[in-house]
Design a protein around this ligand. Structure first.
Ligand SMILES: *Cc1c(COP(=O)(O)O)cnc(C)c1O
Length: 249
């Protein structure tokens, strides 16, 4: 193995520091909420950042990676595996989370690498994902139903009154595992208010589907509030990797 050039070492040190800081914030938030930090999964959302950064995060112990676009994700899944193989680091435990709006024609590709899809918000995706799991001959795919907290369908998610039917459709498929709900705080809304609504909807969902207790909520700016309201999966980008040059939906 070649020694890392200085710039790669600097970046690795930077990522180690930001990961330590984020883990510290999560631990503190869990402690003040009286929750076990082990009950919260940190997903590093790496969109727009290169596979080198993903490989570095995996070497630092990150087990869950999130991406929001299929083409970018599929390429980075391959490159990250190559980089880790070249450096002799294992990657078998890496779980890939698809967190972006999912187009129908991407379902088949996403099912080839994703451990979980956090953004299922229309019933048409259910048979497509189930068939894609069969085709990929893989373990069942974890599914989060995305709840819209502002009723704006352009931002992804569906209104609360449509969650039960979609959840039912997911639960009816043996290829899919209904894990719970996902949401993004609408711009201008107090995260504590938004996450309280999400927690209520999660309680309703799990009363009907006892296994569907996961809550995917909380980003760089609001994950402490998400932890207060029971989030089990935090999707953190900027606080780990830095500010992105472009903004993505
Ligand atoms: C980009 C993205 C994140 C991470 O956002 P940050 O503010 O950078 O932490 C989380 N969830 C989704 C759905 C995203 O697209």
């Amino acid at each position: 193995m070649q020694p890392d050039p200085p710039r790669a070492r600097d970046r690795a040190a930077e990522l180690a520091a930001s990961l330590g800081a984020v883990r510290g914030r999560i631990a503190a938030a869990c402690q003040s909420a009286g929750r076990d930090a082990g009950a919260v999964t940190l997903i590093a959302v790496t969109k727009t950042y290169p596979a080198q950064d993903l490989a570095t995060l995996v070497r630092l112990g990150v087990s869950d990676i999130g991406e929001n676009k299929d083409q970018e994700a599929a390429a980075k899944v391959r490159t990250t595996a190559q980089l880790l193989a070249e450096s002799g680091d294992g990657h078998a435990a890496t779980r890939w989370h698809f967190v972006g709006q999912l187009q129908r024609r991407k379902a088949r590709s996403v099912a080839t690498y994703a451990h979980a899809v956090h953004s299922v918000d229309r019933s048409v995706l259910v048979p497509l994902l189930a068939d894609a799991v069969d085709r990929a001959d893989r373990a069942p795919l974890d599914v989060f139903v995305q709840l819209s907290l502002d009723g704006d369908p352009n931002r992804g998610g569906l209104p609360a009154d449509e969650v039960p039917a979609l959840a039912e459709a997911v639960a009816a498929r043996e290829q899919l595992v209904l894990r719970g709900l996902m949401a993004v705080v609408p711009i201008g809304v107090d995260p504590d208010v938004a996450f309280a609504v999400l927690a209520d909807e999660s309680t309703r969902l799990s009363s009907r589907h006892p296994g569907a207790i996961a809550i995917s909520a909380g980003m760089s700016g609001d994950f402490e509030a998400a932890v207060r309201h029971g989030a089990t999966h935090l999707r953190v980008g900027t606080a780990l990797l830095g500010r992105r040059k472009q903004t993505f939906g």
